[in-house]
Design a binder for this molecule. Structure first.
Ligand SMILES: O=c1ccn([C@@H]2O[C@H](COP(=O)(O)O)[C@@H](O)[C@H]2O)c(=O)[nH]1
Length: 690
């Protein structure tokens, strides 16, 4: 085994970090307080700061690690062997210097036993569904590196590829926006994001559905990101409608290029799944139709074949859209390697459609940087050492934290951070400061989870909403005594709430959308009460009416349909005799941070860092609060209140219940977006004392 047992002291992990949190309280000017019925100050104002419990601060010395394995982390001096297949389990550890980049208030990474990257002739780094988290996860140590750190990492990995004479390509598969204050808190949205994002040298990039929900977002995608990555942005099934009505390709349909070091000829395409919720300034073509279009057929049948097909897409790797594209390319391209990079489903996943294809998806929220490598007979007519056309593929899900990035680049805190990377980190810090993303609305008294604890239950964010938040915010003063059913889709909530400071950033992290509460008045109760059941349990009936209920829930449930509950969320090191690399008996077992323990079609060795397991409890598509109901008996009629995002489903469910309504019957129930109302609720109910 290629590791040595470290001894380490993890004083930051369990103890509350309140003890070193600095609370700087600045009085807020009059008029900036939110109220239950009013709209709180989501735009920057004065702020309070406090660190979250359990977060480790960079400038403290709470986590010290001494390691006899530190020799493994010396800067890389030699070249990496191309044929390395051993997955070395080593322990990434803190170098002598504390982390020098990442965001100033980001949690410090905690050492974890690591699996190495396997390099091949062609290597890829992949991001997807970053949703504005380019500052990294300030409260979660294992995902706390930022976009600037990724810039440094990519620069080193490209250098390594050059040294080895192999190639490295960067890909991004969309949903870069919506979901974090860095994107959502500015006016206009993305004021800082576009310039930060473009600092990464991405080779192939495409669009996600979140770039298209709102017309102005799609405009900015076309004007900024497509422009910033012109020649590298591919939009195989997407058109853009300009202000004057002219319909054009969002970007080129495909990209044909040769790799820098080996001259591998690549044809790259970029797809979006069959999405129907886009604003009317874009046109998403169904993938099944596009593969029959003349340009696609000409490309896949062309005499002059590329060496390799690279299909990126905002598409889950198990979704039909990718299988359709694969089938059509393979039909005309006998044994060409076909690689897929997907997203949308927010999970780590990998599969292969045949022995010369490979597909991976790299999670969500910039928690993961995906790594894929291909080795063997990539070029046309090339043969492997056995005289065959063999290919091998590897995938790795890199936890996005500095220790991992140091480890995989073979560098350390002193040698890792490039000037360019540090500048990007500074750009992010400046933007966060200008947006006052650390302004504290209140202090969460406990953690509230989306899927880590059961719904209903005391730790469920959905129970919090159903029982406490919605009853307070879903109030129309003129109709407050009218019985009402309030329905929220669970997909409207995007992230957990952690105990401690709930900041301006947290408001967008939890709920980035511009969702408002709409209603239909005086709906017969016998029909209204059936709606929640149809939304949650009648997937088939609704799907037959072309309303896919799954799209109201969180995207993770597109692939994880059953709860995954471990007897005891376990530390794999204490489980079996095989995985005890630290336990040269007599040594301490390592502390494992909770995190991804991925099992995909390839196996269960994809994650780079070993974690202890986390439960996943499936949640319903929608939750419902019953408010102002009579003490006894049932009301004749109710106001049916719902998030505007689910209006089409609600109208369809009402129709199935025998009550036909149209968009014309729907009005706004309460002023303000849900995000604003929720932030106001927090100000009123969770005093900012942390
Ligand atoms: O206004 C909105 C937009 C989206 N949602 C929810 O998000 C998912 C889609 O998320 P992805 O990140 O694209 O996978 C959608 O299915 C809804 O559940 C929303 O609630 N409101």
């Amino acid at each position: 085994m290629c590791f040595m047992a470290p001894t380490y002291q993890l004083s930051s992990v369990d103890g509350p970090c309140d003890q070193w949190a600095t609370a700087v309280t600045t009085p807020r000017p009059a008029g900036q307080r939110g109220s239950r019925s009013g709209v709180p100050p989501l735009l920057p104002g004065n702020h309070q700061r406090a660190d979250r419990q359990r977060c480790a601060r960079n400038d403290s010395d709470q986590l010290t690690t001494t390691s006899s394995a530190s020799n493994l982390l010396q800067p890389a001096t030699g070249k990496m062997g191309l044929k390395t297949t051993i997955i070395g389990t080593v322990l990434a550890t803190l170098a002598a210097n504390p982390a020098t980049a990442a965001q100033p208030r980001a949690a410090r990474p905690i050492p974890a036993p690591m699996r190495d990257l396997v390099w091949g002739k062609l290597n890829f780094l992949h991001t997807t569904d970053t949703h504005g988290w380019h500052a990294g996860h300030l409260q979660e140590s294992q995902y706390s590196a930022d976009w600037g750190d990724y810039v440094s990492f990519a620069e080193h990995m490209r250098q390594k590829a050059d040294d080895l004479g192999v190639d490295l390509l960067l890909v991004d598969t969309g949903d870069r926006v919506e979901g974090n204050g860095l994107y959502d808190a500015s006016s206009p949205k993305g004021k800082y994001y576009y310039d930060i994002y473009k600092e990464q040298d991405v080779d192939v990039i495409c669009t996600g559905n979140h770039e298209l929900y709102i017309a102005s977002t799609a405009d900015r995608e076309y004007e900024r990101t497509v422009e910033n990555f012109r020649g590298r942005y591919v939009a195989s099934n997407l058109d853009y409608v300009k202000g004057d009505g002219e319909r054009v390709e969002m970007a080129q349909r495909y990209r044909r290029f040769r790799t820098k070091n080996q001259g591998v000829e690549v044809v790259a395409m970029g797809f979006l799944f069959d999405f129907g919720g886009n604003a009317n300034n874009t046109v998403v073509k169904r993938v099944g139709d596009v593969v029959r279009e003349e340009w696609f057929q000409r490309l896949v049948r062309e005499q002059e074949k590329p060496d390799l097909w690279l299909v990126i897409g905002h598409v889950g790797v198990q979704m039909e859209e990718f299988k359709t594209v694969f089938g059509e390319i393979r039909r005309w391209n006998g044994d060409a390697p076909i690689l897929f990079f997907g997203g949308h489903v927010h999970v780590r996943d990998a599969t292969s459609y045949d022995e010369r294809s490979f597909a991976m998806a790299s999670g969500r929220y910039f928690e993961t940087i995906g790594w894929m490598s291909v080795d063997g007979a990539i070029k046309k007519a090339e043969e492997d050492p056995k005289g065959e056309r063999g290919l091998s593929f590897h995938r790795r899900y890199i936890d996005n934290n500095l220790l991992g990035l140091y480890h995989h680049s073979g560098l350390n805190a002193s040698t890792f951070h490039t000037e360019h990377g540090k500048n990007v980190t500074s750009m992010i810090a400046k933007a966060r400061k200008e947006l006052e993303l650390d302004y504290t609305f209140g202090c969460a008294p406990q953690d509230y989870w989306m899927t880590r604890s059961p719904y209903p239950g005391p730790d469920s964010i959905y129970t919090l909403l159903e029982e406490e938040v919605i009853p307070d915010i879903a109030v129309n003063p003129k109709r407050k005594d009218v019985p009402r059913l309030v329905i929220a889709n669970t997909g409207a909530i995007r992230f957990d709430i952690f105990k401690g400071a709930f900041t301006r950033d947290s408001t967008y992290i939890t709920s980035p959308f511009l969702s408002v509460l709409n209603y239909i008045s005086d709906v017969p109760y016998h029909a209204a009460k059936k709606v929640i059941k149809l939304l949650n349990n009648a997937g088939k009936i609704m799907a037959d009416a072309h309303m896919d209920n799954e799209f109201m829930a969180i995207p993770e449930q597109l692939s994880t349909r059953e709860s995954i509950i471990y007897d005891t969320p376990a530390n794999p090191f204490s489980e079996d005799g095989i995985q005890k690399p630290m336990g040269q008996h007599g040594h301490e077992e390592p502390f494992l941070v909770e995190g991804y323990t991925t099992r995909d079609d390839i196996g269960d060795d994809g994650d780079d860092a070993l974690h202890s397991r986390i439960n996943f409890y499936v949640v319903p598509n929608c939750i419902q609060s019953e408010l102002s109901f009579p003490e006894e008996g049932e009301p004749e009629t109710v106001d049916l209140v719902f998030f505007n995002f689910i209006q089409p489903w609600v109208l369809m469910a009402l129709k199935f219940s025998g009550a036909v309504y149209t968009d014309k019957d729907v009005s706004l129930y309460v002023e303000g977006t849900f995000t604003e109302l929720f932030a106001g609720w927090i100000e009123d109910n969770w005093p900012a004392k942390c």
